[in-house]
Design a protein around this ligand. Structure first.
Ligand SMILES: Nc1ncnc2c1ncn2[C@@H]1O[C@H](COP(=O)(O)OP(=O)(O)O)[C@@H](O)[C@H]1O
Ligand SMILES: [Mg+2]
Length: 373
């Protein structure tokens, strides 16, 4: 049964929305996908600033947060409607403003913003969202959630997939199943340093890092972080590798040059991905596939190539645009939910586990369920 999705993802980088129009056929390992189109819609400076304010726990009040939920919801709605797409179901990742498990506070849960009802009301389409908190209710960590889609895409054992967003995560598939966890920072510390020292939103194309040299002392200090000793499954976020983390580094290494700081943080991202994969995955990788915004940073990609002995390739080599890889993942999650199938596998052989997300019925609600039988 074929269903057309619009899948909307907003990651911890807080750069904007990744929106993809995706057609899916079947479910579980029989899922066939076709990415029809995709676009990145950057946030305005003000919306980004306010989302970061909340995520960085600057003093805020309930009114501010409620309004922000509506502002982001309306931005999502306007962005999707302006693309004039053909779809039946909306999948939305939610924009995480707090994730308890990142600071070892599983009991605190997780909270996402961006009210999807605005798009449901305007488009008449049914939405699925809030996967993370439902995953936690079933005993999961709420992130990373794209492991199942990697399994569906690659099927082959031996594949290591890496996503470099604000935070980095890996999924490893072997013949027994998969292991998925965050490995530490992705672009987040690089972005923060580029902004703090150079007033730039990011280290575009690795330009700053290219003119710097690695500080072995700083790198050694960074790799001593206790996060790296923790056994998976584990995850991280802006609560941990965020602004305060960078401020601490700059206090400890006050005389480091800006370009050397950015260069070392870039290396830190690569080294931590490599080190964590080697430490916790006890097998040879037959294939290493990287996606996310970090693939656009050539210095970071060069570091990864060197560390993984040239074995890496990007999602784009498999026909999936690097920046739409997570959007495909969230379309697959929504599709699983529509079919009352697992969004996270607790039994790989039986393909069973909790069904994730919450359904927001649109005008086409009946149609979809009639159609699915
Ligand atoms: N041309 C580029 N050069 C360097 N870094 C880039 C470039 N384009 C994107 N990025 C990085 O990718 C990040 C966004 O990646 P993304 O996968 O959307 O992360 P998230 O899922 O956390 O939103 C940006 O914040 C930036 O650090
Ligand atoms: Mg993003």
């Amino acid at each position: 049964m074929q269903v057309k999705f619009v899948s909307i993802v907003s990651g911890t980088s807080t750069d904007g929305l990744s929106i993809a129009n995706i057609e899916l056929n079947g479910y579980n390992l029989d899922t066939e996908y076709n990415i029809l189109s995709g676009k990145n819609k950057p946030f305005s400076i003000k919306l980004r600033e306010d989302l970061l304010k909340v995520a960085e726990s600057t003093k805020i009040d309930a009114e501010f947060m409620s309004r922000l939920n509506v502002r982001l919801g309306k931005f999502i709605s306007e962005s999707v409607l302006s693309m004039d797409l053909d779809y039946d179901v909306i999948s939305y990742s939610g924009h995480t403003i707090y994730h308890g498990p990142s600071v070892m506070k599983v009991g605190n849960g997780t909270l996402q913003l961006g009210e999807i009802s605005f798009l449901v009301a305007k488009s008449g389409k049914t939405a699925i969202t809030d996967y993370r908190i439902t995953d936690m209710a079933y005993g999961g960590l709420g992130a990373p959630l794209i492991a199942l889609s990697d399994y569906i895409i690659f099927k082959r054992p031996g594949t290591l997939t890496v996503n470099i967003g604000g935070i980095s995560n890996v999924t490893y598939l072997d013949s027994k199943g998969f292991l998925a966890f965050d490995t530490g920072p992705g672009n987040m510390l690089i972005d923060l340093a580029a902004s703090r020292v150079y007033g730039q939103r990011m280290d575009k194309n690795g330009q700053i890092a290219l003119s710097g040299t690695i500080s072995p002392k700083l790198l050694e200090y960074l790799m001593k972080d206790p996060f790296f000793k923790k056994y998976p499954p584990k995850n991280s976020g802006r609560e941990y590798f965020g602004r305060k983390y960078l401020e601490n580094i700059m206090r400890k290494f006050p005389s480091i040059k800006g370009e050397d700081l950015v260069r070392t943080l870039t290396r830190f991202t690569a080294v931590s991905i490599h080190e964590q994969a080697e430490r916790f995955i006890d097998s040879q990788f037959s294939d290493i596939v990287v996606g996310g915004g970090g693939t656009k940073n050539p210095v970071l990609m060069q570091d990864l190539k060197e560390l993984f002995n040239n074995k890496i390739r990007t999602f784009s080599s498999t026909g999936i645009r690097d920046d739409l890889r997570e959007a495909l993942g969230f379309a697959i999650l929504a599709n699983q939910t529509l079919h009352n199938a697992a969004g996270r596998l607790t039994n790989i052989q039986a393909m069973t586990g909790p069904v994730l997300g919450k359904i927001v019925p649109g005008k086409n609600f009946n149609e979809i369920f009639k159609f699915l039988g």
